[in-house]
Design a binder for this molecule. Sequence first.
Ligand SMILES: Cc1cc2nc3c(=O)[nH]c(=O)nc-3n(C[C@H](O)[C@H](O)[C@H](O)COP(=O)(O)O)c2cc1C
Length: 229
Amino acid sequence: MNQNESAEKAASFRKDPGRDPLRFLVFSASLRTDSLNTRLARLAVRIIEKRGAIVDFAEMKEFDCPSFNQDMELEKIIPPGAEQFLKRLTSNDAFIISSPEYNASMPGHLKNVIDWVSRSRPQPFNERHGLLMSASPSMAGGNRGLWSLRIPFEHLGARVFPDMFSLAMAHQAFNPAGEIINTTLAGRFEITLEKFMDLVEAAKHYPCIKKAWIEFLGEQPGPLTERAE
Ligand SMILES: Cc1cc2nc3c(=O)[nH]c(=O)nc-3n(C[C@H](O)[C@H](O)[C@H](O)COP(=O)(O)O)c2cc1C
């Protein structure tokens, strides 16, 4: 079976009326109007929908929050952006973020909302599948930022997909239709999304082992180990 045939087979499988379609939260972590990451996120939406899944497309401004402050948390104040991120995260099967790289790391506003949402119980990132991508005018495509973004997600027990996609020289990479001009890169982008969709499909319809989320080996889940569950 060639690649196209296998993609078509997978797509028809996902459209099986007996199954719940897969649902993906997709957003760009840029607040900028003409964001390159938003262009990449929108292209991902088209590919995912073509393969039979449902996309919940969000904008970063919906999730933007004031800086985390534990005093606010003690007063039970949760910013609307954090509530919205939590709601959208938990009502989808998986999340896909296209994030800018700021100073070789993730944008502060993205880490901030992750911190806010990580305080919710049950801790919502645990066992949740995620795919990370980036776009940048630089030659590295913002890839270093994704390595830093993996850290909080891995710490929180998210199933961060091993493959990541970084679009280098992104300011020159798209045609007017919003597609990636370089056909090799465009193919790699589609394959990365398809493989991620396959994994989410398997996790949704063929769950097997469930594990407790703990911070350190040997730590026992319990009310006293505050962040463990
Ligand atoms: C504060 C700041 C730091 C940046 N640091 C990096 C960097 O470390 N690596 C990089 O590739 N681009 C860096 N850039 C450039 C961004 O990749 C570029 O502005 C990109 O277009 C931002 O993504 P967006 O178009 O989705 O908003 C930085 C931009 C800003 C504003």
